[in-house]
Ligand binder design. Structure first.
Ligand code: AMP
Ligand code: ZN
Length: 494
């Protein structure tokens, strides 16, 4: 495949706060690390937005023909609540509540996460390492941090000494925070802590007697700190310096700041060339979060079972809704916005399907090559999916005028239009159109819907409009649209 350069990709780098031309360390290859979920509960739509934002990045890089190694971890240990000493381990807490093993909690929610991602048609990462599978690597890094003079031991725990690190490096360069200000703001906390300084963070925590998830180490039976796992796994699979590191905006501080500090402490170089942060999905103007209950779960969306929703929405529509905002903008979740997205999504899919029935001519009234370039320009501008979608709707308009015979297109241009639409809708945005896949996995569904269409036709022939309306309305409720045309009734799923 040709390398679809097509001109240059620019990425907004959170550390420089600028859009920068993307130059990978190794030509033609990209190393990307994205912080994965902490698996103690079902992922909500907010979490999904971040993972889908990076699915788009992964897909577009692959589409540009880069060889991408995409590492996304599973946090199955060490992520304490409130990021602090007094915080509980949410996995252990859930295990106690449900009277099961912590690893059962981990398994249950890892499976849920995978199922959800696959319903959204997100590609699996190239490597999905777990924190518990990398304890040895984490212990090694702690030993090195201590050796370099940036870690200290207290009562079997080990902390990163932010103050000492800041003398030789700049702690806070990603988040733009200043250590002096942080110290002023947290003076009162200092006395209650075994840490030298409230800004210091745990590299290793000694486990309390009831803490089940524990491993032997030179310091105590305990468990590693959350920030450390990402340093260990990104370094192991992508090297001491790699191209892209992503996560939600809320991970910028302290999580990613601490990752930089740990990596610089041992490797003496900045670990990441491009830091990418996806913005938050909100509900009623507030961040969706597990802890506050202000969230919508994917299953609630797919079933319509939430008071916020008037009906069920398919994963494709939800994804389309999310990609109508750029990944760096805050996006508010609402039923109205989803209903509008559903309409747009159907229009797009209908137009795509209609391409095959267009008759070609000797000339084209639109410049398809320059339209194609506009699609690339949108994605090259920091993965600007809403602009890409606007370009796809330009094509929808054109397709509709072609269908009505108002404009013309050559065979060559029609092929280019079709291929470009296909590449961006299905490969890059990763949307699915179940009806066009009907000959494959969805034979059963299509068979069932066609039977219902037949029964509806019979009902209409018998003037039993109550039944025919019921069939149409109930199908609509579950996301199947019937359309009556001169060649009979067709259906679309969204
Ligand atoms: P967690 O499992 O809490 O570590 O979160 C997994 C990912 O979801 C992280 O990258 C978070 O930044 C991200 N995230 C959490 N809440 C939201 C939200 N409301 N909108 C978008 N991303 C979120
Ligand atoms: Zn991380």
């Amino acid at each position: 495949m040709e390398l679809h350069n097509t001109q240059s990709l620019f990425i907004y780098n959170s550390i420089s706060k600028k859009k920068e031309k993307f130059n990978p360390i190794n030509k033609g290859a990209v190393g990307m690390y994205v912080c994965g979920p902490t698996v103690y509960s079902n992922v909500h739509m907010g979490n999904c937005r971040t993972f889908l934002s990076f699915d788009l990045v992964f897909r577009y890089l692959k589409h540009l023909d880069y060889k991408v190694r995409y590492v996304r971890n599973i946090t199955d240990a060490g992520h304490l609540e409130n990021d602090g000493e007094s915080g509980q381990d949410p996995i252990a807490k859930k295990a106690r509540q449900e009277n099961i093993e912590p690893m059962e909690v981990v398994q249950k929610y890892t499976v849920d996460f995978h199922q959800t991602m696959s319903r959204f048609n997100a590609l699996p990462p190239s490597i999905e390492p777990t924190a518990t599978g990398h304890i040895i690597e984490q212990i090694q890094i702690i030993e090195n941090i201590i050796k370099e003079g940036y870690g200290y031991k207290v009562n079997g725990s080990v902390y990163f000494d932010v103050n000492t690190f800041n003398k030789d490096h700049q702690y806070g360069k990603l988040s733009g925070r200043k250590l002096e200000d942080m110290i002023t703001n947290t003076r009162e906390l200092a006395a209650q802590s075994e840490k030298k300084n409230p800004q210091d963070f745990a590299l290793w925590k000694k486990a309390s007697p009831e803490h089940i998830m524990r491993w032997p180490s030179p310091w105590s039976d305990g468990f590693p700190g959350w920030h450390l796992e990402c340093t260990a796994m990104s370094t192991k699979y992508l090297g001491q310096q790699f191209d892209i590191h992503g996560g939600g905006m809320d991970l910028k501080f302290p999580h990613h700041e601490c990752e930089i500090a740990q990596a610089e402490a041992v490797n003496k170089k900045s670990p990441v060339n491009y830091w990418m942060h996806a913005n938050m999905l909100t509900l009623n103007g507030k961040k969706m979060a597990k802890s506050t209950g202000n969230n919508i779960l994917p299953d609630e969306l797919f079933s319509g079972e939430n008071t916020v929703l008037s009906k069920a929405f398919t994963p494709g529509v939800a994804k389309f809704f999310m990609y109508q905002a750029q990944y760096r903008s805050i996006l508010d979740f609402s039923n109205e916005a989803l209903v509008a997205s559903e309409k747009g999504y159907n229009k797009l899919m209908d137009a795509y399907r209609n391409i095959s029935s267009i008759t070609t001519a000797d000339s084209s009234s639109n410049d398809i090559s320059s339209w194609k370039q506009s699609c690339y320009d949108a994605m090259n501008d920091d993965f600007n999916s809403p602009i890409l979608i606007a370009q796809l709707f330009e094509a929808v308009k054109y397709i509709n005028t072609l269908k009505e015979g108002k404009t013309s297109i050559t065979k060559e241009d029609l092929d280019l239009l079709q291929q470009t639409m296909q590449a961006f809708i299905f490969d890059v945005l990763g949307l699915t159109d179940i009806t066009t896949e009907a000959s494959g996995t969805n034979d059963t569904l299509c068979g069932a819907v066609e039977l219902l269409i037949e029964l509806r036709d019979q009902a209409r022939a018998n003037k039993d409009f109550a039944t025919s309306d019921k069939i149409r309305n109930d199908l609509q409720e579950v996301g199947i649209q019937l359309k009556d045309g001169k060649d009979g009734t067709s259906f679309s799923l969204n």
